[in-house]
Design a protein around this ligand. Sequence first.
Ligand SMILES: NC(=O)c1ccc[n+]([C@@H]2O[C@H](COP(=O)([O-])OP(=O)(O)OC[C@H]3O[C@@H](n4cnc5c(N)ncnc54)[C@H](OP(=O)(O)O)[C@@H]3O)[C@@H](O)[C@H]2O)c1
Length: 256
Amino acid sequence: MKKHWQRALVTGASSGIGREMARQLAAGGTELVVVARDAERLEALAAGVQVDVEVLPADLSHAADLAAVAARIDSDDDPIDLVVNNAGLGFSAEFGDIPIDRGRLMVDVNVAALHELTHAAAIALTRRGGGTILNVSSIAGDLPGPASATYNATKAFVTSLSESLHVELKQHNVVVSCLCPGLTRTEFQERAEIDDLGLPDAVWQSASDVARCGLAAAAAEKPIVISGVVNKFASRLARSAPRVLTREVARRTTRA
Ligand SMILES: NC(=O)c1ccc[n+]([C@@H]2O[C@H](COP(=O)([O-])OP(=O)(O)OC[C@H]3O[C@@H](n4cnc5c(N)ncnc54)[C@H](OP(=O)(O)O)[C@@H]3O)[C@@H](O)[C@H]2O)c1
């Protein structure tokens, strides 16, 4: 990561990829505003780094909390020049078997909150003459996902929004980058109630490698980055193959 940001707001900084991004940014001297529901874990993160950290506990599915985070992005006091929209969740089951509250939560956090915070960041960073927005999507956003339809659709939204804004906001010196990880060892699978997938180690990445890849892409002002060689290869294959084939592979590889 060559570019230096003064102060970054990272959502989902209590765990996984977001916590690693926060630590790596802090190691490079970037001050932090860290957002998640679990305040204790955010405090523990703050205690373990050498830079100033504001702890901003928020449930991004709650309108008042979301508004408070948007207001922090907007504030010109101790201004933020990097916004990382990383918080997210998944759930794997047949569409009709997912309780609607759980489906709505995925849409609220992965889509609605990210949309609102990206909007706040676009306005604030444009007003301040520039900055960076890094949105965390998934390679799932490019793929049909039987038994993961809502999650995949939320990530398709994130990738599409980010790529459009990369083009649109360039004129205002605002960089929008999108990180698309594949399988990453975090708490995500356990929270999503996905059992051990029985996949080889080679398809998994560590949270720190994925975080480094995303921050490097944002520093290099790239529109989209897919983390990891295996994911890059699989994604390219899926994109270039006839869609009918992609759907058939998705059908056959979907767990019962
Ligand atoms: N792990 C993977 O295989 C994988 C693959 C592709 C993409 N991704 C994406 O990577 C991102 C980070 O996930 P991860 O793998 O690091 O998973 P994780 O370890 O489960 O971390 C998720 C983070 O999101 C936060 N979060 C969840 N719901 C929230 C809410 N309502 N309000 C505020 N914060 C909330 C959690 O904090 P609290 O619980 O403290 O609120 C936590 O810090 C997600 O967008 C995910 O979709 C992950």
